[in-house]
Design a protein around this ligand. Structure first.
Ligand SMILES: [Fe+2]
Length: 282
């Protein structure tokens, strides 16, 4: 992760190619002070148009749609038990591990490369509401060789959340109606060609002709995701921003705030249909 002190409209326009390269190398860019707002006709702050170019350039995918939504909150974040705050933080974060779905027409087919958060309101304590990241290229490298071989023939099916996607409901593996997305067990990065360990959320099923290693695979996933050494921590303050590559990273967040204490603008850009082909780290 690279953390920058400051970014504004002028800086974005001047050094956009530098940021594109930085994003490719670092996968995560943190910014202490994201100052790329303008005032709309009602005198309210909104993200400057130059941020659209910034997201599009950094995302660098053939489907280059940019989506910026303000006023985002997460739900369930007040689930912090006073008796044992530490363990509850851990189980909450673990439960929420995921890669993001896309706010596009066919979310069961696509994932978004670039996701960003700009923290507009943050009034909870610095120990709460952190975001955590895990590198799935490193996870794939750390996977035992025989499991990596086996993963070449699997697909995983994950739930995508029902918030916006009523059109794509289908029966899941428990017979429940839920929108699903399918992806290969290994995903090749569309820009770098580096393979990573596909993972959408903890609720998933595996489809394959050969399911013989599924339990070993699941054991590896569980132990890898529960090892703190594999996670990078980002702490929030108002005005901070983070941008990450959603094709090769997982993220989650810790609990401990009320809805209106942690409100952010969400940035998305560069949509891909996940694919697998022999990659640089096969
Ligand atoms: Fe997310």
């Amino acid at each position: 992760m690279k953390v920058l002190d400051y970014i504004n409209e002028e800086e974005i326009k001047k050094n956009i190619n530098y940021y594109k390269e930085l994003f490719l190398q670092e996968k995560i860019i943190g910014i202490d002070k994201f100052d790329a707002y303008v005032l709309d006709s009602n005198g309210r702050k909104k993200i400057s148009e130059s941020v659209n170019d910034f997201i599009e350039k950094l995302a660098d995918c053939s489907e280059r749609e940019v989506v910026i939504t303000s006023g985002n909150q997460h739900l369930g974040q007040d689930r912090l038990s006073p008796e044992d705050p530490e363990s509850d933080h851990v189980s909450f974060s673990s439960y929420n591990i995921h890669s993001d779905i896309s706010e596009v027409a066919e979310p069961h087919l696509t994932i978004c490369r670039l996701i960003g958060m700009v923290m507009d309101i943050f009034t909870c304590g610095p120990e709460n509401g952190k975001t955590f990241f895990l590198d799935r290229e490193k996870m794939f490298e750390d996977t035992p060789e025989h499991i990596r071989e086996w993963m070449k023939q699997i697909h995983i099916v994950g739930r995508i959340g029902e918030k916006n996607h009523y059109l794509y409901k289908s029966l899941d593996w428990n017979g429940k109606i839920w929108p699903l997305r399918t992806m290969p067990g290994i995903i090749t990065h569309p820009v770098t060609g580096i393979n990573n360990f596909a993972f959408s959320s903890k609720k998933f099923t595996v489809i394959a002709d050969d399911l013989s290693l599924e339990s070993e695979y699941r054991d590896f996933v569980n132990s890898y995701l529960s090892d703190n050494n594999n996670w990078i921590t980002w702490e929030w303050k108002e005005g901070r921003c983070i941008i990450w590559d959603n094709v090769n990273l997982l993220h989650t967040y810790s609990s401990g705030w009320l809805d209106d204490q942690r409100v952010f603008t969400r940035l998305q850009g560069g949509f891909i249909t996940p694919f697998y082909e022999t990659g640089l780290n096969d």
